[in-house]
Write a protein that binds this ligand. Structure first.
Ligand code: G4P
Length: 535
């Protein structure tokens, strides 16, 4: 197969959702169709299966949540699919955001009864910034849900993206019986599920005016469907592939992941419409995926995934050319030539050593400590750097110190490792010595991960004191004067810190406090991320 053919069959995406919308269930069902797992988890066994598929860390097992993003690969209908899993719990990390830097499209899962929820909004925003195509799966159609037209309206109003329903629910007052497929012009009704969603299911298919179907759903429901469809045709969006590609129109599918209803159809339509690996911007212009010269970037680093050996993996997303085991590449930040040995790929349950990979693929590299998030690696004959990774504003803060001061060295080492991985952001309180740090994250769960990993991997018990601040601002005076606790009016209304590059940062409790600082420091400029790295 040529490089161009390999590229055209690849689809690399992430599923974004608010916790409990059904991301895990949908992922499992997609894997089921891809034959990657033979029996998708039933409701009862799902929790344990979930770990087998994508969880690594002990803390995940204990809490039944997925803390770290994982990568799953499978084949379907001639396509090679890479799903980059993002944590689905309430509190998430920068890792979640960064994963979205490595995908070419996103699938947004909504709960039909709940609509657009908080976390979906945050993740959606990152996808929108990147202008990648977003596909919507409105889940849990097997039970009571909001009125479909209201859901579409909510997507448009809350997220500011147009929605084009690819299918439309049949039913009155939120009790759904199936969907009308607008592409295939046919009715699909729920068939009785006797397998509890464990195996692929066939739903009942009817022509749009089939009398048997009309009898089945009832005349009133049928008429209501006709009204809705007419309304959609007359007043709804028209399907425009260019708008989908630009991330301005989201093809929207209604279905039920748990009962497999509409999942296969969704998968097939998604593969038809979703883009293959896209070109990327670099300091040497646009890099096309079919450029013969290899290039990739690191989007995630994870240490100690396997407790049996203390390994550290750097996950790279391949952007152009062909990856080959043991190949020599140029590592941009260190300006060194390095050999990529023991590359790993993730196929549902197990990791495998791989020999080759192509644009769109994700490869895990053993990392002796050279890689950092956002690093570019390229063929030595074509050196360039991809655009910088954005940093994301931390929203939760805690003071962290080692319980046992004798363990200060291991403590500092562990903190350093987690900072490099991008799991936490590190700050130094001004004038407090180096006994304690302030750590910032985008979600509180990261603190538990921090405590757990410092104990498990570095043998350090830490003392964690949550701080009441929710807003961090990097500070600069427009005339170049140094911002210090003394030169900043109202510095004591928050907490004055330095980041790792010794840039001044102020933590405050709310926007109101921020307003006060702004009003009282006319020459002050503030930024939610380090200057130069805004999202
Ligand atoms: P998440 O990864 O987005 O957090 O969601 P997950 O798939 O874990 O699903 C959350 C809950 O919603 C689960 O129930 C799951 O079985 C249920 N669910 C997912 N898809 C559907 C669907 O199409 N219809 C219905 N009715 N329910 C669905 P749970 O009881 O919280 O989970 P568990 O106890 O089975 O683990």
């Amino acid at each position: 197969m040529t490089l161009a053919e390999e590229i055209s069959k690849r689809r690399t995406f992430a599923i974004i959702s608010h916790p409990d919308a059904g991301k895990t269930t949908l992922t499992e069902k997609l894997l089921l169709y891809g034959g990657a797992i033979h029996l998708a988890g039933s409701i009862k066994s799902r929790k344990t299966q979930r770990h087998a598929v994508s969880d690594w860390m002990e803390i995940e097992k204990q809490r039944g949540i997925s803390v770290t993003s994982s990568v799953l690969q499978f084949d379907y209908g001639g396509c090679r699919i890479n799903i980059l899993d993002t944590p689905g719990h309430q509190d998430f990390s920068e890792d979640t955001y960064r994963t979205l830097m490595a995908v070419d499209s996103a699938v947004m899962v909504l709960d039909a009864a709940k609509g657009v929820e908080a976390q979906t909004k945050k993740l959606f925003k990152v996808c929108r910034e990147r202008r990648i195509p977003i596909f919507t799966f409105i889940n849990k159609l097997d039970r009571y849900g909001k009125v479909p037209l209201d859901l579409l309206d909510e997507v448009e109003k809350v997220l500011g993206i147009r929605a084009y329903p690819m299918n439309f629910p049949i039913g009155i007052d939120g009790k759904y019986l199936g969907v009308f497929d607008r592409q295939k012009n046919r009715v699909e009704l729920f068939a009785e599920d006797t397998t509890h969603g464990q195996s692929e299911r066939i739903s009942e298919i009817f022509a749009p005016d089939d009398e048997v179907m009309i009898k089945k759903i009832g005349r009133e429901t049928y008429d209501a469907l006709q009204d809705d469809l007419m309304l959609l045709d007359e007043a709804g969006e028209t399907f425009d592939k260019a708008k989908v590609d630009a991330g301005d129109l989201t093809p929207t599918f209604f279905g039920s992941a748990m009962t497999n209803f509409g999942v296969q159809n969704f998968l097939e339509e998604y593969l038809r419409l979703a883009p293959p690996p896209a070109p990327r911007l670099s300091d040497d212009g646009v890099i096309e995926p079919d450029d013969e010269k290899f290039s990739a970037f690191v989007f995630k680093i994870q240490a100690n995934m396997n407790p049996a050996h203390r390994d550290r993996l750097a996950f790279i997303r391949i952007c152009s050319g062909k990856f080959e085991r043991n190949m020599q590449v140029w590592h941009a930040p260190s300006n060194k030539i390095i050999k990529l040995a023991q590359p790993q790929q993730f196929l549902a349950q197990e990791r495998q050593i791989i020999d080759e990979a192509f644009p769109g693929d994700i490869v895990g590299l053993f990392d002796p400590g050279i890689f950092g998030i956002g690093d570019t690696i390229t063929d030595a004959a074509h050196k360039f750097r991809f655009e910088e990774f954005p940093t994301f504003p931390p929203e939760k803060f805690a003071r962290v110190q080692a319980k046992d001061t004798m363990k200060r060295k291991q403590f500092a080492k562990g903190i350093d490792q987690l900072t490099q991985e991008g799991a936490i952001q590190l700050f130094y309180p001004v004038g407090m010595g180096n006994e304690s740090f302030v750590v910032g994250t985008v979600g509180t769960l990261q603190f538990e991960v921090l405590q757990y990993r410092l104990k498990a991997e570095y043998g350090v018990d830490v003392l964690l004191t949550m701080l009441p601040f929710e807003v961090a601002r990097w500070l600069k005076f427009s005339d170049g004067e140094k911002v210090t606790p003394a030169s900043l009016r109202g510095a004591n209304r928050g907490m004055f810190l330095l980041d790792r590059q010794e840039n001044p940062v102020l933590l405050v409790e709310n926007e109101w406090a921020l307003g006060w600082i702004t009003d009282n420091n006319p020459k002050l400029t503030m930024s939610a991320t380090p200057f130069g790295g805004e999202l």
